[in-house]
Design a binder for this molecule. Structure first.
Ligand code: FES
Ligand code: FES
Length: 153
């Protein structure tokens, strides 16, 4: 067991755990940040996506010991009032069905638009390719990202 200091959503957190504990378990079970979801646990579905220094990463497959001083952003910290342009577009398009995959989808989409505010349709598809939605909301996800992109111009 070791003590880990983490920078999450602009706040400092501490947790004591094993070095190989996935960040996802720390977020959900140790710190109560349950907006980030567990889907597959093997980096195959994207439900657990968070930002690490602005990059979309799979928190189920990232050991807490590998985080260091990098800044973590979870869905809870993406915006102060749920009004990030991607979140606003998600509401406008009414993307969610069961909702389970949606935090991961939004975190992947927001990381894409932060790096490339005007992605092509192909770039959107490539970026979102690893985020699975069992409800099949892919068309609306694409539409919402296009809408968010147009509003961020
Ligand atoms: S739970 Fe992490 S990618 Fe599926
Ligand atoms: S909205 Fe149900 S899994 Fe995506």
């Amino acid at each position: 067991m070791a003590n880990y200091k983490l920078q999450i959503n602009g706040r400092s957190y501490e947790t004591e755990t094993e070095a190989d504990t996935p960040l996802l378990w720390v977020l959900r079970d140790h710190l109560g940040l349950v907006g980030t979801k567990y889907g597959c646990g093997i980096a195959q579905c994207g439900a657990c996506t968070v930002h690490l220094n602005g990059n979309a990463v799979r928190s189920c497959s990232l050991p807490v010991s590998a985080v260091g001083t990098k800044k973590i952003t979870t869905i809870e910290g993406l915006s102060a009032h749920g009004d990030h342009p991607v979140q606003a577009a998600w509401h406008e398009v009414d993307v969610a069905q069961c909702g389970y995959c949606q935090a991961g989808q939004i975190m992947t989409a927001s990381a894409l638009l932060a790096k490339n505010p005007t992605p092509t349709a192909e770039q959107i598809d490539n970026a979102m390719n690893g985020n699975i939605c069992r409800c099949g909301t892919y068309h609306r996800i694409h539409e919402a990202i296009t809408l968010a992109s147009s509003k961020m111009k």
